[in-house]
Design a protein around this ligand. Sequence first.
Ligand SMILES: [Zn+2]
Length: 205
Amino acid sequence: MKAIIFSAHSDDFVIGAGGYMALHPKQTHCVVFSLGEMSHPWLKPEEIKKIRRNEMFQAAKILRSTVTPYDLNESNFLNENESLVQESIEWIEKHKPTRVFTHSSEDPHPDHRAVHETTMEIVSKLSYQIEVYTYSIWNPTEFNQQYPALYIDIKQTYQRKVKSMKAFPSQKVAIYTLAILIMYRALSAGLRSRYWLAEKFYRIL
Ligand SMILES: [Zn+2]
């Protein structure tokens, strides 16, 4: 197993690391903290969770990855993450991935930062040294620049990443807004790395 990816919401893993995931079929596993019940206040939480759960599994299938969703309440991850922490440690110790991907500590979204904090707690309790990388969601600019960057060539998998983003019709507004940013980031990382289209991660540990 190559990597485990921690994702605050049901679509973050696609946005942050979808190209990488598609590049390594059956070698990545995602942990989703919340199904994002607050995204559609006019729908019943159970209804939106069901929709987002199905979309999430569909996206993971397109990326040929597995995913375990949790049902933590948004804005309250740090108080509810106990079993997620324990089960993730067990999963990692069993499958021994070499890399962890998570949100940046400087992400403007507090849930994303809470995932970062939880990831660092998990990593600190492992029996072996694992590489830790951060990915970006909402920030157009770069942070964590003091850390070494990892560029992944996603020329071959960019279309699959886009296809998996389209598996989230309920998130259409956010994802279509992000699509331009995602394209911009892929191109600028591609330019920097000379891969043409790339995903960029910072190795923080
Ligand atoms: Zn998110």
